[in-house]
Design a binder for this molecule. Structure first.
Ligand SMILES: Nc1ncnc2c1ncn2[C@@H]1O[C@H](COP(=O)(O)OP(=O)(O)O)[C@@H](O)[C@H]1O
Ligand SMILES: [Mg+2]
Length: 407
């Protein structure tokens, strides 16, 4: 089957085969109509291949899609090829398909492929047509059609297939844009839902803190005031004054508490001096209040990070540290921030008792949203959150967040 010498390019053939008995115009009209049937990218590729193999009576065929970022063509649908052919790749510019994609010119070949342009091509190939799928200046892929050697493609076949490929290209590009738009829309609505969820969880937590903290303390204040009142009514002004002094002290403590609470909800330092110094203050405060040894290292270098990124890092550190204080029984905490070329890494490690097996099973853990919210917030940016045991004993939380994710 293989023959030596250069490949035959479009030999003239008296037997014109145009997809059975139909004239090219009729075939193309039918192809054009069919291509309007779907706006789904994958379906459009499959449709293109089935229309082309039928119209050109090709025993084998494939549609390859070009990925400009990888510089590769990938077989996305195939006819008459072994299943493993799907997803096989070709470098742009290499082999027949690579050449066709790079030069945006069709190629008709017969017999053994010994043409030096197509190095690496299957030498047992029969008669083949490879057509660029392209719109304007954009290469979308390649349509390959193959017949047995004794049923060679003709010049007319080439011309019909080229017109078909041009029609299909427009339809494929339209479907590609349509599908990309749909994916984008669904990503945006996922994102919106996640943002709303994270916001609601944060509000729930704040509401819980106000309930457990301030509301109970206020009831205690009210009770003291009642006692003072009854002393006054009973004509015991000295006792009343004593209670009032204690009450004043309680109010003062409350005011401090409210101030701290506001700082935690949204520390002004985060806007004023950035996440590094704000985290340092937070770590120092936690260390003093809980008698834990804590070290904080900021290796992000000079200059501020994008503001939304700073907020995400701060919130992540805040929840991780809150968990250490509430659950870990740690003696030591290490907080570290570093900056790579494309991402910022935050790690919070403790030497406490570890998470145990109960922590991750979210189903039974109603009202425990800390880790979930932390993870969601980081993953929304395209980052990763790891939480688990580490070599130093205790628990580590490591968040890796792309720098350009938010701005
Ligand atoms: N640093 C830690 N050390 C030990 N246990 C932890 C730590 N962080 C989290 N946990 C465990 O994981 C659980 C879930 O944490 P989280 O989702 O923040 O909810 P919550 O803090 O409200 O309980 C905690 O209840 C705790 O059992
Ligand atoms: Mg928590």
């Amino acid at each position: 089957m293989a023959q030596s010498g250069p490949p035959h390019f479009a030999p003239d053939s008296p037997q014109t085969r145009l997809g059975g008995r139909d004239a090219p115009f009729e075939i193309l009209a039918r192809v054009g109509r069919s291509l309007l049937e779907t706006d789904d990218f994958e379906q459009q590729l499959a449709l293109t291949l089935s229309l082309a193999t039928e119209a050109l009576q090709a025993g084998r065929g494939s549609v390859m899609v070009f990925d400009p970022e990888l510089g590769e063509l990938t077989i996305r649908c195939a006819h008459g090829l072994p299943p493993e052919a799907i997803d096989s790749r070709r470098r742009f510019g290499e082999g027949i398909s690579g050449w066709v994609a790079a030069n945006r010119e069709p190629v008709l070949l017969h017999g053994g492929v010994l043409d030096e342009r197509f190095e690496g091509a299957d030498p047992t190939i029969g008669s083949s047509l490879s057509l660029p799928l392209a719109v304007g200046g954009t290469t979308l892929g390649v349509l390959n059609l193959v017949r047995r050697t004794d049923e060679r493609f003709t010049e007319e076949d080439l011309s019909l297939a080229s017109s078909l490929a041009d029609l299909a290209s427009v339809a494929i590009e339209k479907a590609r844009l349509h599908t990309a738009l749909r994916e984008r829309e669904s990503r945006v609505s996922d994102l919106l839902a996640a943002v709303i969820r994270a916001q609601e969880q944060e509000r729930r937590r704040i509401a819980g803190d106000i309930h457990d903290g301030f509301l109970q303390d206020l009831s205690a204040l009210f009770l003291r005031a009642e006692i003072a009142k009854s002393h006054v009514e009973a004509g015991r002004p000295e006792e009343a004054a004593e209670v009032l002094v204690a009450l004043q002290e309680m109010v003062r403590a409350q005011m401090r508490g409210v101030r701290d609470f506001i700082l935690q909800v949204r520390p002004p330092a985060l806007d004023e001096v950035g996440v590094g110094p704000t985290l340092r203050m937070m770590v120092e405060r936690i260390a003093t209040e809980n008698s834990i040894e804590a070290t904080f290292e900021d290796r992000t270098g000079p200059g501020r990070l994008p503001r939304p990124l700073e907020t995400i890092i701060y919130r992540t550190a805040q929840e991780a540290l809150r968990n250490v204080v509430l659950h870990a029984h740690a003696r030591q905490i290490w907080v570290d921030m570093s900056r790579g070329e494309r991402e910022v890494t935050l790690s919070v490690r403790d030497d406490g008792r570890g998470m145990g097996s109960d922590a991750s099973s979210g189903h039974e853990r109603r009202n425990h949203y800390g880790i979930e919210t932390m993870r969601e917030r980081v993953e929304l940016t395209g980052g990763r959150l790891h939480i688990g045991p580490w070599a130093g004993g205790g628990t580590e939380v490591v968040a890796v967040i792309p720098i350009d994710a938010v701005d």
